[in-house]
Design a protein around this ligand. Structure first.
Ligand code: ARG
Ligand code: ZN
Length: 432
């Protein structure tokens, strides 16, 4: 499809500016009646649109804002249809093509061109190069670990950061890019590794953290999907595995873990964005991460998965309405982190148990890791709250990453205070 193709979307942005072509747009629509809800459900499934919010048409409800991306070739048709049914809409982003163009710009350049590298988005190939370079440049601090491969046989590398040789250190796992279109997520993983390597022995908190804890960072958990968002369809979410008996492609990797797998909040239809797969861990990407966590669960004490958008710090459970056993401890951590972000960056993050603050979403990695025994398990939804959504301009990467970093630091320091968290060669503190 012409409008789906990135190459052409670059020239399309110009054509749209010159009035020769309709740009892709993002609309905000709030249905006020059940009838309007049904029409919106139809629109989002029948036309070639990208539903941004909610994640699936089933979750469209009266008086709840819907964010809908319309590619240039269907924007006028869909807007006319909405008008005919008296469904009010607001254009959130009139010039989506232009922002897509901006997100893909100056990716090539010199990869060593200083810190601006971390404030741009990168192609999958550039991220693989960066992984290689980072492991080579810091041979005694960074190791690239092959944890598995994707459906299309791309390697899944996690970087292990271990900044000193203390024995028996605890560790934190961070994965980025489960969902392909959430570009700020891999950008955060790269930024985080860079920050850790640059600010060890410079920033007091980071030094304290890295003295006591190793990090495993998986920059792109869904490389096939990520690649696809650069080359074919910017709004792709799932992985790229073909499914039996249908031409629909891909599984939602964050519905594929064994935590109340495929119950309410996931879909068993391969054509849906929240398709749970044919069985738990059916996908090589989720299986790779699950295997790694299973085999390192004694040392990994904190699990974190990075998503976007909506500015949330999420704790278990998302797969049921149950309260996690250490809910108040986790709640206190995300509350403190959100308070810090507000204080330093004047930005609002909501926080709490997933099923309560968003929706039931079973099969997620965070709940699965939690049930495995990793009692400090989190999902962050980074910037923004919908203005740009998945099309967050490069100029916002720095702010988004700094906020998430502050939340990570706050939470890790709190975990390190816990008496059971005996780090490295240090003795466990007294049970307080
Ligand atoms: N937006 C994320 C998703 O829908 C939220 C993840 C929260 N955790 C979860 N286990 N669902 O996948
Ligand atoms: Zn996501």
């Amino acid at each position: 499809m012409l409008a789906e193709c990135i190459e052409s979307s670059i020239s399309l942005a110009k054509a749209a500016r010159d009035g020769l072509y309709f740009s892709g747009q993002v609309l905000s629509i709030t249905p006020t009646t059940q009838e309007q809800v049904e029409i919106l459900k139809n629109v989002s499934t029948q036309y070639e649109t990208g539903l941004w919010q909610p994640v699936s048409p089933h979750n469209i409800k009266e008086l709840k804002q819907v964010h809908l991306y319309l590619p240039g070739n269907s924007s006028e048709t869909v807007k006319n249809l909405l008008q005919r049914h008296n469904i009010a809409h607001e254009v959130m982003l009139p010039n989506a093509d232009e922002i897509i163009e901006m997100q893909m710009r100056n990716d090539s350049g010199d990869p060593r061109s200083g810190s601006t590298f971390y404030y741009r988005y990168h192609t999958l190939e550039d991220i693989y190069d960066w992984i290689n370079r980072t492991a080579n440049d810091y041979p005694d601090k960074v190791k690239a670990i092959l944890v598995g491969s994707s459906y299309e046989k791309r390697p899944l590398y996690a970087l292990k950061l271990s900044l000193n040789n203390r024995p028996n250190k605890k560790a934190m796992w961070i994965d980025c890019g489960i969902h392909a279109r959430e570009w700020i997520s891999p950008a955060f993983c790269l930024f985080f590794v860079h920050y850790s390597l640059s600010f060890y022995n410079v920033n007091t908190e980071m030094t304290q953290i890295l003295d006591n804890m190793d990090f495993y960072v998986l920059p792109v958990m869904n490389p096939d999907g990520y690649k696809y968002t650069w080359t074919n369809r910017r709004m792709w979410r799932k992985n790229r595995s073909p499914q039996k008996g249908t031409s629909c492609i891909g599984v939602d990797l964050n519905r594929n873990f064994d935590a109340n797998w495929c119950t309410t909040g996931a879909s068993s239809n391969p054509c849906d964005e929240t398709y749970c797969g044919s069985f738990p861990e059916s996908e090589p990407e989720s299986q790779a991460v699950a295997n790694f966590l299973r085999s390192h669960k004694e040392s990994i004490q904190i699990y974190l998965s990075i998503h976007s958008y909506s500015q949330m710090l999420i704790i278990p459970y998302s797969c049921s309405m149950d309260e996690a056993e250490n809910h108040s401890e986790l709640y206190e951590m995300v509350k403190t982190a959100a308070d810090e972000i507000r204080r330093y960056y004047r930005n609002t993050y909501t926080y709490g148990a997933g099923a309560h603050i968003i929706y039931l979403a079973p099969g997620g990695s965070d709940d699965w890791a939690y049930n495995l025994g990793i009692k400090y398990s989190f999902t962050f939804e980074l910037q923004d709250r919908g203005r740009y959504g998945f099309l967050l301009p490069p100029s916002h990467i720095q702010g988004a990453c700094n906020e998430a970093l502050l939340a990570v630091k706050t939470i890790v320091l709190k975990v390190m205070e816990k008496p059971q968290a005996s780090m490295g060669s240090r003795q466990a503190g007294p049970a307080a």
